[in-house]
Design a protein around this ligand. Structure first.
Ligand SMILES: *Cc1c(COP(=O)(O)O)cnc(C)c1O
Length: 355
């Protein structure tokens, strides 16, 4: 492989922890290595000397953490001689699959719930040349169909049911530990299909088992109130939330998410759309970090728990910010007052800005 940069993506960086061999063709867009940003204003809001860090996964090549899993899934699909890959998606999986499949010269087929994915994500799947089919049904139905089709035909499923997705995504917990020098005390994250919480927990446990960290974090997952099957203990037939990336009624990795919760002594709780949108705006305005609504569920959860006095003093907390705000610009514009239209003269502008 031609290497122009010292950083070449998560497979090269964490090769020894991943199921790859010299024969695996590495399909990468240099994903991973995302910043862990200290959040002073949020830390202050949480209080009690808390240190809050933001793992800004929106800075991956296609704008979400899905790239970590996709570099593995697509590389392994190539190794196994696949010609086509398929996924069901609330948006980001399709954006990522389409990009990595384009690089690997694989055919990519995407099933999306019609009318329910953010504009930025749809634009990505389309521009990378995937065959995008919008079904008249929700994500859970799309996934059921994708599973059925990939069982019957030689098309590789690249949803997080694909174990290589989880392997790639676990590298985010390695990065957090490498950066902090320890594991955080708490990790807060959104939960949709529950692959990511499964992956992080696997990563933390692996780092502990080889002595890279001495303690494990408590895993704190948050679902949206209208799409909270794990919290409610049963599948939700018609999930609803503005956070489309976690609008999932029957998570594929349900039991693994519960295991992460229980083994870590953590919790899986829910936040309302209002709490999500408030956190979404707050994060952009006090920390300068723009995320998509689903990602803000982590910060909404952080604030919900801190109000209850959940965190011990001086807690080290990471919030996983799963996707970039530009994925869903419609939501940002709908959440904030539109710019005022004014006359093009100096006086008017100065008056408006109070000078
Ligand atoms: C996929 C996704 C999630 C949910 O992750 P799961 O692994 O499905 O739980 C959350 N936020 C964003 C932005 C996503 O793309």
């Amino acid at each position: 492989m031609k290497k122009n940069h010292s950083y070449c993506g998560i497979i090269e960086k964490y090769r020894e922890y991943l199921p790859v061999t010299k024969k695996t063709p590495v399909i990468t867009l240099n994903e991973g290595n995302t910043p862990l940003i200290y959040a002073p204003a949020l830390s202050k809001l949480v209080g009690k000397g808390a240190e809050v860090y933001l793992k800004y996964e929106g800075l991956n090549p296609t704008g979400s953490f899905k790239d970590r899993g996709m570099t593995m899934a697509i590389s392994k699909a190539c190794e196994e001689g696949a010609k086509a890959v398929m996924c069901a998606s609330t948006g980001n999986t399709s954006a990522s699959a389409a990009a990595y499949a384009a690089k690997a010269k694989l055919k990519c087929i995407v099933l999306i719930p019609s009318g329910a994915i953010a504009l930025g994500k749809l634009s990505q799947a389309l521009i990378h040349g995937a065959k995008v089919l919008a079904i008249d049904g929700n994500f859970d139905k799309a996934l059921e169909l994708a599973r059925e089709i990939t069982r019957r035909y030689s098309i590789t499923l690249v949803n997080s049911l694909n174990p290589f997705r989880i392997e790639g995504q676990k590298t985010a917990s390695f990065e957090i530990c490498d950066y902090l020098g320890t594991a955080p005390d708490f990790q807060v994250m959104p939960v949709g299909n529950a692959g990511n919480i499964t992956a992080y927990w696997k990563g933390y446990k692996e780092y502990k088992s080889i002595g890279r960290i001495s303690a494990l974090p408590k895993m704190l997952g948050f679902q949206a109130e209208g799409a909270a099957p794990i919290v409610k203990g049963h599948p939700i037939k018609d999930p609803h939330t503005i956070a489309t990336a976690i609008k999932i009624g029957n998570p594929a990795s349900w039991t693994q998410a519960e295991a992460a919760r229980d083994e870590s002594n953590g919790l899986i709780d829910m936040v309302s759309d209002k709490q999500i949108l408030d956190a979404y705006k707050l994060l952009a305005q006090i920390e300068g970090v723009f995320v998509e609504p689903a990602s803000a569920a982590s910060v909404a959860g952080l604030l919900k728990l801190s109000k209850k006095g959940y965190f011990k003093a001086k807690a080290k907390i990471t919030c996983i910010l799963t996707g970039h705000g530009l994925k869903d610009p419609d939501r940002a514009i709908a959440s904030i007052n539109k710019p005022k239209i004014i006359k093009p003269d100096l006086k008017t502008i100065l008056k408006e800005i109070g000078y």
